[in-house]
Design a protein around this ligand. Structure first.
Ligand code: NAD
Length: 297
């Protein structure tokens, strides 16, 4: 299968590499040269630009930061032409970025008018899941498009859920990430309280992990440096899932809540916590660095 992969960051890089390792003919592109170089080291063919990357591709996958990047890539803006008119007849577009459901629908409508198939397929599972090929995909789109995408998604993930029509994958994703943002802030607060009382964070984390406070942050992504060797907290909060990306997702959840008149008080509070953390200069650090806000000094 000839696949074009655009966006080779913390998530897209290892996802594209897994498709290459599975034997697909992957052409890749990112605006960042270091991101391209990393993939080239893994044997992936790097294109000169996005337009060259998608030439003749049967499937185009994107893994970009936010709505504006996805919209500009496919539909174009005053600085660049959109990719959709350049895609091969009948090609399938899989957008794995976490963006507004409305943007997914806008791109999907234009794609459909050109005879192209589109699904939104945001992911969960972190960079560890992207490397291991065990991501969870939350798909929005019609069944025929999902079934075309399934063999490809299976090379990058362990769970594939059909959430509904185009945009539904994004809605499921922001519900999940709103909960994750709240859980990470709450877990950080609990660990910081224990540590302020002289508890060993490793011992406290293990107690809570096996008790009723247990959650994904305690299982896989402990926010306290030194508790979990593989977690971003133990690597200076580098890589992982950026605070600014979490802030974006919590913002999407709040916009959505306003549109449907839902009450999301904890989601709103979490958005403000991550916003303050970003303003304090930590936007580029992994989102588990929110624990700094609860620690002395
Ligand atoms: P990242 O910032 O590490 O990577 C994004 C990449 O996109 C960068 O390398 C950037 O140079 C590139 N890019 C931006 N605009 C581009 C363009 N027009 N053409 C080509 N490349 C372009 O971000 P990430 O952590 O990989 O996250 C990507 C998406 O996945 C986001 O929507 C994020 O919310 C979501 N996500 C991230 C995680 C995680 O743990 N990091 C988990 C689940 C979902």
């Amino acid at each position: 299968m000839k696949i074009a992969f655009i966006g080779l960051g913390n998530m897209g890089g290892p996802m594209a590499l897994n498709l290459h390792k599975a034997g697909h003919d992957v052409g890749a592109f990112d605006l960042s040269k270091p991101a391209c170089d990393k993939l080239a080291e893994g044997g992936v063919r790097i294109a000169a630009d996005a337009g060259t990357c998608v030439l003749g591709a049967e499937v185009v996958i994107s893994m970009l930061p936010a709505s504006q990047h996805v919209e500009a890539l496919y539909l174009g803006n005053d600085k660049q032409p959109g990719l959709l008119p350049q895609l091969a007849e009948g090609a399938l577009v899989i957008d794995c970025s976490t963006i507004a459901a409305a943007t997914s629908r806008k791109v999907a409508d234009t794609a459909k008018a050109r005879g192209l198939a589109f699904i939104d397929a945001p992911v969960s599972g972190g960079t560890g899941g992207a490397i291991a090929g065990t991501l969870t995909f939350m798909v929005g789109g019609d069944t025929a498009a999902l079934e075309r995408a399934r063999p490809i998604l299976e090379k990058m993930g362990a769970n594939i859920f059909h959430a509904g029509s185009v945009g539904a994958g994004q809605t499921a994703k922001i519900c999940n990430n709103m909960l994750l943002g709240i859980l990470m802030a709450g877990t950080s607060e609990a660990i910081a309280l224990g540590v302020a009382n002289g508890l060993d964070p490793k011992v406290l984390s293990e107690i809570m992990r096996r008790s009723s406070g247990g959650n994904w942050a305690l299982e896989k992504y402990n926010p306290m440096p030194g508790v979990m060797e593989t977690a971003p907290a133990s690597k200076g909060y580098a890589g992982g899932f950026g605070t600014d990306l979490m802030l974006k997702d919590l913002g999407l959840a709040q916009e959505n809540a306003a549109a449907v008149k839902a009450a999301t008080p904890l989601g709103g509070l979490a958005r403000n916590l991550y916003a303050a953390h970003s303003l304090a200069g930590h936007g580029g650090l992994d989102f588990s660095s929110i624990i700094k806000m609860m620690q002395k000094g």
